[in-house]
Design a protein around this ligand. Structure first.
Ligand code: PEP
Ligand code: MG
Length: 325
């Protein structure tokens, strides 16, 4: 990273008219935590826990997970970390959970679907996260929630796990908030029901986009359809952001588009105030959002929502970017 870009690391992120926002980091491991500190992220908005599980031959034990999460937390900016529960399946599989070949892995047995079927895996990770929560401001995030039933089931497991820890006299944090990743269109469409059962939302736009347009984000033949700057995506995002803001539910967007200038501009205009991205993008997004007023960004977002093709959206936003930078 260029020194000129990280010159802004200690300045708070705010728009030209002084509206504050949080620029958080997506991390996979401890090296990313150091990168998050270097660029001045104010916390970790998404900690993907898969990597620990991918390097083991069996489910890592509770103590090992606890220690791993604790290390990440104490080294993270402001010790603020949103820990995502295991999101395996799709392109990432481990033999110890039963490797199976599926014709459509991304539409198959992945993520929270695997988690809910493996009590040992689920309870071990939830216990480790609740215990590690004593070392910072920790939240727990559930990926790939599709139905309200899944959410109620996982919430019940968290409640029971807390009760067990209390009964055993094991120290844990009582204030760990739980959140839902909105990355399956069904959850976005039923956001009102989801909001009644969750403390916060994190929008996983990478998956939300590929499921919305029925196109594998890793398949080069169709990846062009996974275009964040498109009318359908922005309409769904506006719907979710409005529902969260109406109910006062904290909402973060943690997909790649949070770190891309044109989409970040629209997201800010749509009312998003918490962006989580690869650390490398933070300095540029901070500069960019610091160069617009809220009213300007709202006008851009309003206009974008009237456009009907990606080409129109892209050229409109490219012109706006030139004006402000
Ligand atoms: C997402 O889907 O937007 C997301 C952040 O999760 P991942 O990229 O790990 O699937
Ligand atoms: Mg995802």
């Amino acid at each position: 990273l260029k020194d000129s870009l990280i010159a802004n690391r200690d300045e708070p992120a705010r728009s030209l008219d002084g509206n504050r926002m949080e620029l958080l980091a997506n991390i996979n491991n401890i090296a990313d935590v150091h990168a998050a500190n270097t660029v001045g992220a104010t916390g970790v908005g998404l900690f993907r826990t898969e990597y620990l599980f991918l390097t083991h031959h069996d489910v890592p034990g509770e103590e090992e997970q606890f220690e791993y999460y604790r290390q990440i937390i104490v080294n993270s900016p402001n010790q603020a970390v949103t820990i995502r529960t295991l999101d395996l399946g799709g392109d990432k599989t481990v033999a110890y959970l039963g490797r199976r070949s599926e014709p459509n892995p991304f539409m198959g047995w992945r993520s929270i679907r695997i988690f809910l079927e493996n009590p040992k895996l689920m309870i071990t990770q939830i216990r480790a996260i609740l215990r590690a929560g004593r070392h910072g401001k920790v939240s727990m995030l559930f990926p790939m929630i599709t139905t309200l039933e899944e959410l109620k089931r996982i919430n019940k497991v968290v409640r029971e796990t807390r009760e067990n820890l209390r009964r055993e006299g094991v120290p844990f944090a009582d204030d760990v908030k739980t959140g839902v990743m909105v990355e399956v269109p069904a959850a976005a469409i039923c956001i009102d029901a989801i909001l009644r059962e969750t403390d916060f939302i994190s929008i996983g736009s990478n998956d939300l986009i590929q499921y919305l347009v029925a196109s594998d984000r890793d398949n080069p033949k169709v990846a062009h359809l996974c275009e964040p700057l498109s009318p359908s995506i922005f309409r769904v995002l506006q719907m979710v952001l409005d529902a969260c803001n109406r109910t006062g539910t904290p909402v973060t967007l943690c997909g790649e588009m949070a770190g891309q200038p044109r989409s970040a501009l629209v997201l800010f205009g749509m009312g998003l105030r918490r962006f989580s991205m690869s650390p490398a993008f933070i300095p540029a997004v901070k500069n960019l959002l610091g160069a617009v007023t809220t009213a300007q960004a709202e006008r851009f977002a309003h206009h974008v929502l009237q456009l009907s093709t990606s080409d129109e959206i892209r050229s409109y936003l490219t012109a706006r970017l030139r004006e402000i930078s």
